[in-house]
Design a protein around this ligand. Sequence first.
Ligand SMILES: Cc1cc2nc3c(=O)[nH]c(=O)nc-3n(C[C@H](O)[C@H](O)[C@H](O)COP(=O)(O)OP(=O)(O)OC[C@H]3O[C@@H](n4cnc5c(N)ncnc54)[C@H](O)[C@@H]3O)c2cc1C
Length: 372
Amino acid sequence: MNDVDVAVIGAGQAGLSAGYFLRRAGLSAVLLDHADGPGGAWRHRWPTLTLGKAHHVHDLPGMPLGEPDAARPASEVVAEYFGRYERTFGLDVRRPVDVSSVSAEDDDPHGRLLLATSGGTYRARGVINATGTWERPFWPYYPGRETFPGRQLHTADYRGPDAFAGRRVVVVGGGASAVQALLEIADVAASTVWVTRRPPLWNDVPFDEDWGRAVVARVADRVRRGLPPESVVGATGLALTPEVRDGITRGVLARRPIFERVTPTGVAWADGTTADADVILWATGFRAALDHLAPLRLRGPGGGVPLDGALTTRVAADHRVHLLGYGPSASTIGANRAGRAAVRELARTLAEALARVSARAPAPGATIVTGV
Ligand SMILES: Cc1cc2nc3c(=O)[nH]c(=O)nc-3n(C[C@H](O)[C@H](O)[C@H](O)COP(=O)(O)OP(=O)(O)OC[C@H]3O[C@@H](n4cnc5c(N)ncnc54)[C@H](O)[C@@H]3O)c2cc1C
């Protein structure tokens, strides 16, 4: 049994930010990650997603990313950066360790949490869940999908445009990943068709701090009410960059409404029109990877996990658990800021739990938490 103050599940941007502040708070912590190496979801991003094409990778606390070559794949740059970060701050990252479930040790709401993992059982006083979304790609179902003999893939499997050379491609989805893939694929494919459920939400306002604050406030409000976080594009819209404007002018980003069904030759709309296809790329987004938390029964009637706390990371029904990289903190900048707030609140919760225990019987050697 590994006993710690706090177990962090996931060592991506959110987990590392939490790890840094936990160290500063003097709490014992482990970061459990089931990947083979550092980088979080970034290690899986397709090679043509260069650092320059990513929206922005925000610095982790205490160590700037610097100014790496923007033409290098973000997957390499970020994996190197995260690896350097773990070593510099001596974070106790254990991998590959898969966390399959988190449950309460007993009925005491201030008691320990048990983590069943591929590396044995961990016992923690608090848990920061930072498992991201990359591993839960969302594939919507449309009738006939199983009758299509061509290739179907999700953004999570996209490795760049080469595999689409000379093919007729249907791209499904209204987010930034769909737009980026279309702009790359259209140069090499025989044809592309872009379909989305709703008209694209083009956003021409500057993505500055005020705008960011307003987006985060809207997402936080949803999550506080226990609703599942909406899609990223639903919150941010699509940036009208010069490349995107050019794609609109060239007709690459001419959107059609979502089809009614998939057919053995492509896709078909209700009005009888069709598009032939060799490949369907489902750029239909991701969901939060929270299955391992199911035993704690954190989901509310709204379908999401209701959160509270300063930066909306604390599980309203169980203050021992924080979700980082979920809802308003699901961006590199959000995860960063929320790491500090989550640790501060969790430290307070754990101190209160200890005080309660020591009121009953003094606990020698108990961790004393000071400021974060
Ligand atoms: C295509 C794409 C592009 C994006 N581009 C940007 C961008 O440019 N800028 C930006 O700010 N945001 C971007 N985002 C959002 C981005 O994913 C987040 O900002 C951030 O990188 C997520 O960090 P995270 O730590 O929350 O999750 P992740 O980076 O996904 O890390 C989660 C970690 O948890 C581990 N894990 C998961 N489940 C378990 C388990 N059960 N047991 C053990 N370990 C587990 C995984 O191995 C992984 O290392 C993008 C998202 C996508 C999908």
